[in-house]
Design a protein around this ligand. Structure first.
Ligand code: AMP
Ligand code: GLY
Length: 430
């Protein structure tokens, strides 16, 4: 590494993922000072937060200049797609996260599908449309259910699995003609529905080099038993033993390596997180999507389990020196349970005072997500996903018991949580 003295790091974003990234910086010997924009009350406990929105590119660049920031870690996808890393690099600043050309792999589902097909990476068959009449004609011969995806970013809501032709036709009309997701659904991908168990892997990429982080599993549905509306994620655990060594070898050979090589062959110098959504089908793993940033709440379990300093890995990726890094992982299991506001992911109350324990035990941490300070400096709810309650344990059951015991010590009026995070894995282990 070229840096000798501790660096100043800036974390961009305000969720649980960003609190986990800030926490990694605070704990890293490589970082002397951590700041965040806009941050949250959890981050503010250790690091100064500046009220600059994560999509205010000029504001973030000036902040980084004014605060003599050495290393910017970008949490969410929006600033990446808006070219924050390009803008920072123009000023000679170092950042972790892809430039806009790489972030297009999350920002355009059509672009991703083109890359996947071009490099023979297993994925569902698909066709793309900008005219509803042509899309509806295509649907006549398609088998149901069928997956309809708005091309652009739609805050995780732009995918509909239509059960029959009527629903598919109505969804296409809403998306293309009704602009259900604004410009994001001007173009729509109609994709074969894949069946199997859904999982994901996180890969830190730097050009043609990559390291695969430990396995983890999110729970996207709002209600217990994996039913109900899709959310940003209600809880996660790591490792996810669904991905055994044999499956991981297949994922690396058939998906990770060709994806990293394909992205480089497209002329994209990707330096950041490639988060690959997968369906483990009877034919093997297939790609559902690429994200170009860490998952939330996966980051909370992944970073907690790393023995190697996460900052060292991210700095090496940003410098193009990832090949030197050997990632070591703790043997413990980690679990994060999301405490949400009742009603999430639809409408939910805000501004409820949160009661937090005065201290937490060893290997326990409460990551803040949708929280803020009110005028009286109380920490109050300010989002759908409020806190990510995280614990480590020698096995998944112990990690879960510790995380849930901590959840029970936290209160706010509309507190909602799933009590079954990790249930499939725990049942498999029985
Ligand atoms: P995406 O944003 O592309 O990951 O899609 C959101 C969710 O839709 C995924 O997490 C899956 O649960 C589901 N999904 C996406 N594509 C497919 C597909 N081809 N087959 C089945 N389910 C899918
Ligand atoms: N937890 C899923 C995501 O971050 O997209």
């Amino acid at each position: 590494m070229s840096e000798n003295s501790p660096l100043t790091a800036l974390i961009v974003g305000s969720g649980g993922r960003e609190h986990a990234l800030a926490d990694a910086c605070v704990k890293s010997p490589l970082i002397g000072r951590t700041i965040a924009a806009p941050g949250n009350p959890g981050i503010a406990a250790d690091s100064e937060c500046f009220p600059i929105a994560a999509d205010d590119i000029p504001g973030l660049v000036s902040l980084a200049e004014q605060q003599s920031v050495d290393f910017v870690i970008v949490g969410p996808e929006v600033p990446l797609t808006l070219g924050l890393v390009d803008a920072l690099q123009k000023k000679g600043m170092l950042a972790y996260g892809p430039k806009a050309d790489g972030a297009r792999l999350e920002g355009s589902k059509n672009f991703t599908k083109e890359v996947l097909l071009k490099y023979n990476i297993p994925t569902g068959a698909a066709a793309s449309f900008t005219e509803s009449a042509a899309a509806i004609e295509y649907l006549q011969t398609a088998s149901m259910p069928i997956v309809l995806k708005a091309d652009g970013l739609a805050a995780g809501k732009g995918v509909v699995i239509a059960q029959d032709l009527d629903e598919a036709t109505k969804t296409i009309t809403d998306m293309i003609d009704g602009a259900a997701f604004g410009d994001a659904s001007k173009e729509v991908l109609i994709e074969e529905c894949l069946f199997g168990e859904e999982t994901s892997i996180h890969v830190i990429v730097s050009g043609k080099d990559y390291v695969i982080l430990p396995t983890s599993q999110d729970h996207k549905q709002a209600y217990e038993g994996d039913v109900g509306p899709n959310t940003g994620g209600m809880g996660a655990y790591s490792p996810a033993d669904l991905i055994d060594d044999e499956l991981m070898a297949a994922i690396e050979r058939d998906i990770v390596k060709p994806s990293v090589d394909g992205i480089a062959a497209e002329g994209i110098d990707f330096r950041g997180t490639l988060f690959i959504g997968l369906m483990i089908t009877k034919k093997g793993p297939q790609v559902l999507e690429f994200n170009t940033r860490f998952g939330d709440p996966e980051t909370q379990v992944l970073l907690t389990r790393l023995e190697t300093d996460p900052v060292e890995i991210m700095l090496a990726a940003a410098h193009g020196e990832l090949a030197k890094i050997d990632v070591k992982v703790k043997s413990e299991y980690a679990m994060t349970v999301v405490l949400a506001s009742g009603g999430y992911p639809a409408s939910y109350p805000k501004g409820e005072v949160i009661t937090l324990p005065a201290s937490v035990g060893e290997n326990e941490i409460i990551f803040h997500a949708g929280t803020k300070f009110d005028a009286d400096k109380n920490v109050v709810t300010n989002g759908g996903r409020v806190l990510g309650v995280t614990a480590l344990g020698p096995d998944l059951k112990t990690a879960a018991d510790k995380a849930y015991a901590l959840c029970d010590k936290i209160d706010f009026k509309s507190k909602y949580l799933r009590r079954d995070i990790g249930f499939k894995e725990l049942n498999r282990q029985k």
